[in-house]
Design a protein around this ligand. Sequence first.
Ligand code: C2O
Ligand code: CU
Length: 469
Amino acid sequence: MTLFTRRTMLKSAAVVGAYGAGLAVMPRLNQARAAPEPIEINAFTDAVMLDGKQQTRGVMRYAFSGQASGDPQPPVLRARRGEPFAARLLNRLDEPTTLHWHGIRLPNSQDGVPFVTQPYVYPGDTYDYAFAPPDAGTFWYHPHCNTLTQMGQGLAGVLVVEDARDPTFDGEVVLNLRDFRLGGDGQFIEQFKPRDAAKTGTFGTLRTANWQREPRYDVPAGGLVRLRILAADVTRLYNLRLSGAQAEIIAFDGHPVPQRMALDMAVVAPGQRLDLAVRVADAEGMEMVLEDIRPSTPKVVARLRAVGSSLKRSLGDLGPLAENAGVEADLSSATEIPLLLSATAENAARDSICGSIGYSFWAINKIPYPGDTPDPTAPIAELKLGKTYLLNLENVTPHAHPIHLHGMNFKAIASNKRAVQPLVSDTYLVLPDEKVQLALVADNPGDWVFHCHVIEHQKTGMTGYFRVS
Ligand code: C2O
Ligand code: CU
């Protein structure tokens, strides 16, 4: 019971809010699966203190109806595996938007991609989403309309799918990592520079975790804490390291790893998630530091501080996470799909209500995506429902691309650059000059977008979609 109390105590207000607004009314497994009352998520603009000095105007926020005060970052949403989840988006922005549920295998109609799966949601309108997430783990939600601006100015939150069979931790810390691009006066500056969009993407100026600079969280001394990390930035890749505590990687991109491994350094690219089991230091007051060691001078991402007397737990006590479905690929009958990732300068994206940034720098199979328009290009490929495919990605650019597929999972099979583990995922970081094979079972009908999650790359051509029928 002590553990439970501690755990409850350590949950953030946002998390408790999520329960209050949504889960309490959800039916339990084995009960009638009537659709629950949707949680209401408002999208709106606000002035928020981000840099610690001045209010930034025009920050885009998500908040539950009636809960706009308090922690300004998008709330952590909680759902349970296999149970109906429903959310109503209220668009109080002055531009259209949608909600996309990144990494969730859901019906195509709930995927939130304007023109491909739904009309965009006008200012003042609402839109209802409903699905029962089949996988447990760390996922996220964000708009798929004018994405560079909307995500860049704030819209990206964590969606946790729980499973009661997961082991009990003594605490949980959710970290939503991102930058904001602000000038010296604390106001947004232009979201991108064309010459950076044509390279790695344009970086923000203010690094944050949960919209704070180097936040610190209290965790039970000697306890086992689950750290759920999301790289929600539009550009930045993180090389994460944790000092001052033992930690094991328990899941990547929402999915439990077959074998837990000690965390040395983990690369987390835009769109990706990392779940760690942390064995907190024993001594009260000890700090553990999560750092990004990608920049030449390492940067503090967040700190954990041990509180209370040691619970004396051990990582070895921790049972496995409940499994997610694997990718049951039949490689003997697989059809290969070549996918060339390259640079281009042709066919700038057409102007559109969901935002074009007016340039074309990237292409998949030499075709730059025309943007969110009523007449997108033909699908990259038409896939037969139930059949196995091998996506043969070849990156002929000098930049890394975190390539994301909606609606289905894949697993890496082979790479010319590294020993790959057959991890189930929705986002694979394709390194410069890498050729990688991703196996996929086309088990979800619909049109599913496939794009780089460096949003400037996505918006300047590196996007396409598969049609599964
Ligand atoms: Cu994280 Cu197409 O999305
Ligand atoms: Cu890219």
